[in-house]
Design a protein around this ligand. Sequence first.
Ligand SMILES: [Fe+2]
Length: 213
Amino acid sequence: MIKKKITIAVCIAGLFIISIAWHLPIKKYNNDLESEATNQKRPSWSGTFEVPENVSWRTNIPPKGEPGDKLIISGTIFLPDGKTPAKDVIVYVHHTNNKGVYPQKGNEEGNGKYHGYLRGWMKTASDGKYEFETIRPAPYYNHEGEPAHIHYNIEAPGYPEYWLTGLWFSDDPRVNGYKIERDGGFSNIVTLTKDEKGVLRGTRNIILQKFKD
Ligand SMILES: [Fe+2]
């Protein structure tokens, strides 16, 4: 009789635990943030929602004195036909410093807490062009194999924010054989040239695409 009571009690306790677990929210990302402006959950990779009001087609990312080789990346965003320039596209980029670290000053807000201060936003005009000036990032300091990269996020009217495989550099041996998930319509592997002032320059064009996540 006692054994039966114990069995019933264990079963009830088990059901209770299962029902609590069932109702616990499943978090896809450990550090989801809640945008105060939109009250929407934004994953830790996102950043277009933090676009500043004074955004333009061009931005200068590093603070004065940031060590590294000066780098300017330009490009054009196209509609899905691959020919018509796309207007009002927000391009958000962030990257490591020349030591392979996402550097922080300690006063970062929002997803800047994860992306560091080497990040910037641009918004295309009717010619679809964007450009940012920064320093060349190094691959992760712990050299896990991923090529040196600049993260790209895109958002446009009718195109909710999505990520692309980062911009890679063709002279980085790590690009060989590393998986490209979303090249963005053109190659994400950029060949740099040096201009007359010794500034590294590269181009990445992008075609707008829709992704489910
Ligand atoms: Fe990264």
